[in-house]
Structure formats: C-alpha cells, structure tokens
Design a protein around this ligand. Structure first.
Ligand code: PGA
Length: 250
C-alpha cells in the first residue's frame, strides 16, 4: 500500500517570520494523520520553520540543493547545511529550475545522487511543456528525464525517491491535467520504473501529481490508481487552501 504524500512547495514566498507563523498554524491545525505531509520553505526560512515542525508529523523540505559538497560555489547551499537545520527531503529538478535556471538532466542527476548519499529523501520532478505535449512527445520527454535523472540510483536508493509528475503547462496557470490524462502519465512512469528497476520498485514508488492542485480537484486526482499524492504550489501558501488538500479524504 502506498501512503498518500502531500507536499507544499512555497517557492519564493514567506520570510522567516511569516513562515514560522504559518508553520505554527499548520501544526496546530487538524491535518489528517494518515497522510505524509511536507512543507518546503525557501532556504532563509528553513531554520525558523524547522524549529516549529520539529517533533511533529510535518516533514521539512528544501526546494533545491547544490550538486557539490562544499567550496567555491557562490550562492549555493550544501547538503551539510541542510542536514544541520533538520531538513528531511529535497525537491530536485523542478521545472522552474530546469527552464529558468537551465538545469539539465545530468546536473539534476548529480544532485539526486548527492542528496541520497546524505540520507535525504528526494522529490524528483519531471513533466513536459505545452509544446512537447502538443507535438505528441510526452512519453519521450518524461522517459528521458527519468532515465537521465535516475542514472546510477540503486533500487535501494529509489526507496527514498518520490517522483512528482508536473506538466509545465499546468503549473501556476489554473489549468490542471484531467485526472485521466494525469493518471495515464503516472501509469507510464510506473512502467518505466519497472523497466529501469523491477516490478516491486514500480509498485512501491510514490508518484505525486503537481500543477494547480486545489481543494476542488484533489479528490478526483487522488481517486486515480496511479496518483499517490500531490506537489502543491500556490494552494500550499494558506491554511484555508492547503488543509482541504491534505484532508481530502476526511
Ligand atoms: P502550482 O505549483 O500548484 O502553483 O501549480 C505546483 C508546483 O510547481 O510544484
């Protein structure tokens, strides 16, 4: 049985004091204990949020991490820095990193490997642009992102990886993939994981959907057999919009 996993990606929102207050609201709120929950604040807000979510069932995520251990990498954040704060998981390969900051599959793969080496869970993001969808390339694009990003990741390491399928055209646009279209890609991802690993790994891997998930569409998405959770951006920034997503089953 795959456990539902709902993650909030705060992106470049929430100062440390805002994040601390919001995290306190979340920990005090009545969130479904049967759901795995993670929040991913920006780097400068991590410490404040870590103090609030420590010893709660809310996990702490970072939105990115360097591909290097330490040294001359101006502006980057190392795995050890995140570890010391108490970060549990790192989001890697988000489409905003891929597209705006030109992160490619091999760079993303180095980050995935480094994060796993340091004992982090990884939320590894894949997904096609509108152009790629319209030209019939969804499967080719997603396959090459999976093969490239997961290169040299062992079956055992894969247990710490959640895959987030986020069609780029659905992120922050209010357009959601239909539950059927999303589930088709999730099923495709599971088949690719079976090819790259084995059936056991494919059955076990958690695949989140991301792209304009909100209270109104979460139930229909989550009712699909291959959709195991959600990576939520905009709707993760307020208790009133995030809690109904976490509590979709209540
Ligand atoms: P959105 O973002 O929910 O605002 O579409 C999702 C994401 O980018 O992770």
């Amino acid at each position: 049985m795959r456990k539902t996993f709902i993650a909030g990606n705060w992106k470049m929102n929430m100062t440390a004091s805002e994040g601390r207050a919001f995290a306190a609201e979340l920990t005090a709120g009545n969130l479904d204990k049967g759901v795995k929950i993670l929040i991913a604040p920006p780097f400068t807000t991590l410490q404040a949020v870590a103090e609030v979510v420590k010893d709660t069932n809310i996990l702490l995520g970072a939105q990115n991490m360097s591909d290097s251990e330490s040294g001359a990498h101006t502006g980057e954040i190392s795995p050890a820095m995140l570890k010391e704060i108490g970060v549990d998981a790192v989001i890697i390969g988000h489409s905003e990193r891929r597209i705006i900051y030109k992160e490619d599959d091999s760079f993303i793969n180095r980050k995935v490997k480094l994060a796993l080496k340091h004992g982090f869970e990884v939320i590894f993001c894949v997904g096609e642009t509108l152009e790629e969808r319209e030209s019939g390339n969804v499967e080719n694009v997603v396959r090459s992102q999976l093969v490239g990003g997961l290169q040299d990741i062992s079956t055992r390491e894969l247990q710490s990886v959640t895959i987030a399928y986020e069609p780029v055209w659905a992120i922050g646009t209010g357009k959601t993939a239909s539950p059927e279209d999303a589930d088709d890609v999730h099923a495709f991802i599971r088949t690719e994981i079976e090819k790259l690993y084995d059936i056991k790994a494919a059955d076990a891997v958690i695949i989140q959907y991301g792209g304009s998930v909100k209270a109104e569409n979460v139930k229909a998405l989550m009712s699909k057999p291959n959709i195991d959770g959600a990576l939520v951006g905009g709707a993760s920034l307020k208790f009133e919009t995030f809690s109904p997503i976490v509590n979709y089953n209540k």
